[in-house]
Write a protein that binds this ligand. Structure first.
Ligand code: SF4
Ligand code: SF4
Length: 245
């Protein structure tokens, strides 16, 4: 094993995050397996570090988890049901650099067309205001892929600012967040790991800003990932979706 590969392995083993212990353990195992499988395929340590830094590895981990996760019975989710795309405040949720770039690439060709905010002022700009379907479906970030509900009326209440049981985030989202946090800790002092505001990325993309300007406008402060990790730890310890049976 090369020195750089061994160093990365040690950094991942020692990294600490504020995520729930279960999510942090799964994320550490997942990132270590990602690094080792990549190296076995001939991927350089530099490229593996880049995948940790831009969140590609965390996204892959989250998607693998979602593909194997049993979805709770009685889900109300359907195409065109978009109360969950009404995003509170100007943030809309935490996404990685890889997700921000993919979302921008999917939306940039749609710049200047009517967007979700023509349906609802707080809706995600990626939404189609007529069909209420996501116009960046294949590029939608983990937070969108893992948010589900057993009660659409509760989602409408949440969108209006009143919490109600029913909606929740599936466990793999918490593992993904933990992986971002662990990646940031493991690369500390060598590479910056940044996160972005979903709503600001979508809005800037459809308003025609360049990828670099979009990322610059939408970049989170490091404390925002810390706050999201704390919320994740509170939310059923990252083990099961809050509010779901
Ligand atoms: S999370 Fe709620 S608003 Fe979103 S698709 Fe599911 S039921 Fe509809
Ligand atoms: S990216 Fe798509 S799924 Fe996610 S909030 Fe925006 S419109 Fe909804």
């Amino acid at each position: 094993m090369s020195q750089a590969r061994g160093d990365l392995r040690n950094r991942l083993a020692k990294a600490r995050t504020q995520a729930a212990a279960g999510a942090a353990d799964r994320a550490r195992r997942g990132l270590t397996a990602f690094a080792e499988a990549s190296a076995a395929r001939g991927v350089s340590t530099t490229e593996i570090v880049a995948a940790l830094a831009d969140g590609t590895a965390a996204v892959q981990l989250g998607r693998v988890g979602l593909s194997g996760a049993p979805f709770p019975a009685g889900l109300d989710c359907a195409r065109g049901c978009a109360f969950c795309c009404i995003l509170g405040g100007a943030d809309g949720g935490t996404i990685t650099e890889a997700e921000a770039r993919a979302l921008h690439a999917a939306l940039a060709p749609l710049a200047g067309r009517p967007d979700g905010r023509d349906w609802h002022p707080d809706a995600c700009a990626a939404l189609d205001p007529e069909t209420r379907a996501c116009r960046a479906y294949d590029a939608r970030p983990m937070i969108c892929r893992s948010y589900v509900s057993t009660d659409v009326s509760a989602c409408e209440s949440v969108a209006g600012g009143t919490a109600k049981p029913g909606p929740g985030t599936l466990g793999p989202y918490h593992d993904y967040l933990a992986a971002i946090g662990l990646g940031r800790a493991a690369l500390k002092g060598t590479r910056r790991v940044t996160t972005y505001a979903l709503a600001r990325v979508a809005a800037a993309a459809v308003e025609g800003r360049s990828p670099d300007d979009t990322l610059s406008e939408a970049r989170h402060k490091p404390s925002e990932l810390d706050a999201e990790l704390k919320r994740s730890r509170r939310d059923a310890g990252g083990a099961r979706p809050a509010g779901l049976p």
